[in-house]
Design a protein around this ligand. Structure first.
Ligand SMILES: NC(=O)c1ccc[n+]([C@@H]2O[C@H](COP(=O)([O-])OP(=O)(O)OC[C@H]3O[C@@H](n4cnc5c(N)ncnc54)[C@H](OP(=O)(O)O)[C@@H]3O)[C@@H](O)[C@H]2O)c1
Length: 186
């Protein structure tokens, strides 16, 4: 399943995942749904619930929000999605990820963006990080891959694989305490 912040959904025009014939047998053998579930994190609920992400999803899209969200937003979200209330004024990511796990969604991949990723890391739930480094020089101000309050203390990560294709580097890191178990499965 994929957890994604509402800004990323808005900026990238997120649609629902489509089944992939190449992966269908492997997903079925692993007891997975034909496509991953998407969970959108939002407080404002300024999300287009009539978009294909909600209306054409093969498995219902989840909305993760908080108790103080606008009642009319909550009503719209509940009409098209499966709503999780995790926290009072804002989403508490530890509560949210636990609620997903209670629905059987224990393998949680986050797409970010940086604000969501930072909070997942701060909640102590970021076990792995997949980081792509593209062969392109750019300039100008930019957020870090974790945006928001400083992560204190910084979280050490251990690199376990580095792949290259067409000049892009695909790095995978795990938390040091998970290193031994993860290496045995890669
Ligand atoms: N390079 C990459 O691989 C990559 C990956 C992902 C995203 N991106 C880019 O990153 C940008 C967006 O990233 P971002 O960091 O600005 O935004 P984001 O993390 O995608 O989403 C932030 C939004 O999520 C909701 N949210 C976050 N924390 C919350 C909390 N604790 N409680 C309730 N709601 C919460 C809020 O939505 P509401 O405003 O609706 O309340 C907030 O505005 C986009 O331009 C996207 O294209 C790049």
């Amino acid at each position: 399943m994929i957890v994604v912040g509402a800004s990323t959904v808005r900026n990238e025009g997120y649609g629902p995942p489509r089944p992939n014939r190449e992966h269908a047998a492997a997903r079925e053998a692993a007891g997975q749904r034909p496509v991953p579930v998407i969970a959108v994190v939002s407080r404002s609920l300024a999300v287009d619930f009539t978009s294909p992400l909600f209306t054409e999803a093969i498995v219902p899209t989840i909305v993760i929000t908080c108790e103080q969200a606008r009642p009319e937003g909550l009503e719209a979200a509940a009409k098209y999605g499966d709503v999780i209330l995790a926290g009072r004024d804002r989403v508490d990511f530890a509560l949210a990820l636990d609620a997903l796990a209670e629905r059987g969604l224990t393998r949680q991949l986050t797409e970010g963006g940086p604000h969501v990723l930072a909070q997942i890391a701060a909640s102590g739930r970021l076990d792995e990080l997949c980081l792509t480094i593209g062969p392109l020089l750019t300039a100008g101000p930019a957020d870090r891959i974790l945006a928001g309050p400083t992560l204190t203390p910084p979280q050490p990560m251990h690199p376990i694989s580095l792949l290259e294709e067409d000049g892009s580097l695909f790095a995978r890191y795990v938390r040091p305490e998970r290193d031994r178990t993860t290496q045995s499965t890669t």
